[in-house]
Write a protein that binds this ligand. Structure first.
Ligand SMILES: Nc1ncnc2c1ncn2[C@@H]1O[C@H](COP(=O)(O)OP(=O)(O)OP(=O)(O)O)[C@@H](O)[C@H]1O
Ligand SMILES: [Mg+2]
Length: 628
């Protein structure tokens, strides 16, 4: 009810709000006054009538005057305001004033008593998990999102229904959302923030290792309603997808690092040698391709690396096939994924960020955990590379990552800690600190230090509850203790009482956490603790963007249709032509013997080339375009 009145009030034009409020308050005061005159005024008249009646006891008192007051409250109210001098019975007014004063004092005393009791309860009860109580707050988040100022992001409401917001400028200091599975990280935290980002014109990159179909549908709808393109990428072979090429941007060195880190080919210790060997082939190869302005994919690199002769033709370097076996083997599964092997990919992160569009990487990790995690790391490095071309004035980019520990790599750390100047804001969600600890202590530290706002939906483990309780700081409590000491002095004193009693009272100040660890364990869905550096931690309330029936309907829908990107009229310089030339050169090399198999099984009845170099047979079926 109150909420409705407030919403109506906020809908009024600003210049009418205060006069309207004043009229409302005056009206309320008038009604209260008339009610008071009716109830207490009549009571005063009755008291006076009975008091008068006592004088003529045992005659019964005359109550006709008192009854008259009951039936004419408006008349009395008016007379007590404007005709005090003409009152026939001023004693009633005086007694009414006394009654009001007594009631006023009593009301004040009870408010103070309740407040004191609550204060006392607050300081003690929140430590006992059985006594923790949370206020139930229900509200329509959509109304608050509409009313949130353009330069702020809405997070939730506090227990007094006050909006909790953060300045848009400060979310470049990143947000960490944590809570067990099903506590509402996505529905209450990530999705509302992403929705606001789209409405505020920021670009949005979502990397979701869990696949939240409600979020996908809601953000697609939001993007299209705001005139933005919505790109969807999925590894699920049953769904339609936009394409993304992790080798589309960056320097040769950067791309090599991107792939080797993502595929975990960067070794330490003695095995470092193998990393160097692989890099020694990989870097010149990509440098050669980049120098010719060729667009290539992981599948292209994979097929070239399988042919040391071809690598030689392209880079002028002799390659020992055995030494790069690890690299080719690691690339094999990726070379077969059509959605990451397009030389003209739909998803161009630089363009998306510049235009303020939305891209959703649906990397459901249950599908192919290794591939999803590797792809996540490649995206992190792509974002890191693109950060170099951005300035604090560039269009804001919100990067939301669910289960972000899957992306853990040095580039991700760089993205989170060094690229504030790139106007990137990260919204990171995960279930427990243990997930992050599994990556490493320095990763935990990076996240803790670099996320200014923390939204904790629930702490599943005692360690997390302790940790976040410590984040909220401590308050001082005075604890009073009494002690009684009885000393028997039998034999020392000859006569009288031989027992001595000493009673002591001791006041000690103890520190207790502002929000006790138990509170983090008992939090129900829809409640969170928001911890912002430099501010007191707060209990927050959240609400779903849509009703459950609508959520269930959205989750049944297929993924949104992939975006059809604008095609550049310029033809793409793909690798096929370039590799064919290299293969021809290889074939014409006088040191290499050639046999052509006219009856090849290759489709299209093309020729298969079998090459002999230094007595080693090297077969590659891809040389189908070579016209001998
Ligand atoms: N619009 C909605 N209406 C009603 N219930 C919802 C709505 N959206 C989500 N829920 C429910 O709220 C709970 C929290 O969902 P949510 O997916 O946000 O949790 P989560 O913390 O992100 O979990 P996970 O770690 O598994 O991704 C779930 O039980 C979900 O079914
Ligand atoms: Mg989720």
């Amino acid at each position: 009810m109150l909420e409705k009145i407030r919403d109506r009030f906020l809908q009024l034009p600003a210049k009418y709000r205060w006069p309207a409020l004043a009229v409302l308050v005056l009206l309320a005061l008038l009604i209260l006054y008339i009610l008071d005159v009716l109830l207490l005024g009549t009571a005063a008249a009755y008291i006076i009538a009975y008091a008068e009646g006592l004088k003529h006891f045992p005659k019964s008192p005359d109550l006709s005057l008192a009854t008259w007051y009951w039936h004419h409250p408006l008349f009395v109210a008016r007379a007590w305001l404007f005709d005090v001098d003409k009152l026939s019975n001023p004693g009633v007014l005086t007694l009414w004033l006394y009654l009001n004063s007594i009631l006023g004092i009593m009301a004040l005393a009870s408010v103070i008593a309740i407040w004191a009791k609550r204060l006392k309860k607050d300081t003690g009860d929140h430590r006992d998990i059985r006594k923790i109580r949370f206020k139930k707050i229900q509200f329509d988040i959509n109304k608050y999102l509409v009313n949130t100022p353009e330069d702020r992001y809405f997070l939730g409401l506090d227990d007094k229904l006050r909006p909790l917001t953060v300045p848009a400028a400060s979310i470049t200091e990143h947000i960490h959302i944590m809570g067990g599975s099903g506590t509402g990280k996505t529905a209450f935290g990530v999705t509302p923030l992403c929705t606001q980002a789209v409405r505020k014109g920021a670009s949005l990159v979502v990397i979701d290792f869990k696949e939240d179909r409600q979020a996908i549908q809601l953000l697609a709808r939001e993007a299209r309603a705001n005139g933005k393109k919505f790109y969807i990428f999925t590894l699920d072979p049953r769904e339609k997808t936009n394409t993304y090429n992790p080798l589309a941007s960056g320097t040769a060195l950067g791309k090599v690092e991107r792939i080797m880190t993502a595929l975990e080919l960067v070794f330490h210790g003695e095995a470092k040698f193998y990393s160097y060997v692989q890099q020694a082939t990989f870097i010149p190869l990509l440098t050669a391709l980049d120098a010719r302005g060729v667009k290539y994919t992981l599948a292209d690199i994979h097929s070239i690396l399988q042919n040391p002769g071809l690598v030689f033709q392209l880079t002028g370097q002799n390659v020992d096939e055995n030494q790069i076996k690890g690299l080719t083997a690691a690339l094999t599964p990726y070379s077969e994924l059509g959605q990451i092997n397009s030389a003209r990919p739909d998803i161009d992160l630089a363009k998306i960020m510049q235009r303020g569009d939305v891209v959703y990487f649906d990397l459901k990790s249950a599908l192919a955990p290794e591939a999803c995690s590797a792809l996540g790391k490649m995206i992190a490095q792509d974002l890191q590379y693109l950060a170099a071309f951005r300035t604090p004035q560039s269009r804001p980019v919100i990067i939301a990552i669910d289960e972000f520990q899957n992306m853990a790599c040095q580039a991700f750390r760089n993205v989170i800690s060094k690229v504030r100047s790139a106007n990137y804001s990260l919204i990171l969600a995960n279930q427990a600190m243990g997930d992050l600890q599994a990556v490493g202590d320095d990763f935990v530290n990076t996240i803790q230090v670099n996320t200014r706002t923390k939204i904790i939906f629930n702490a599943d483990t005692p360690a997390d509850a302790e940790l976040f309780s410590q984040y909220t700081g401590t308050v001082l409590h005075t604890v009073t203790s009494w002690s009684e000491n009885k000393t028997m002095t039998s034999g020392l004193i000859q006569s009288g009482n031989n027992q001595r009693n000493t009673v002591g009272k001791n006041n000690t100040e103890i520190e207790v956490p502002l929000l006790h660890p138990n509170l983090f364990k008992a939090m129900p869905p829809g409640k969170s603790v928001i911890i912002r550096r430099g501010q007191l931690a707060m209990l927050a309330n959240h609400s779903y963007l849509i009703y459950k029936a609508e959520k269930d309907r959205l989750e049944q829908l297929p993924l949104p249709e992939p975006e059809i990107p604008e095609q550049s009229p310029e033809p793409v310089n793909t690798i096929a032509k370039f590799v064919n030339i290299a293969k021809l050169k290889l074939v014409q090399d006088k040191n290499i013997g050639v046999e052509a198999n006219e009856n090849s099984s290759v489709p299209g009845n093309k020729k298969q080339v079998i090459l002999v170099k230094n007595g080693i047979w090297d077969s590659f079926g891809e040389a189908v375009e070579v016209n001998l």
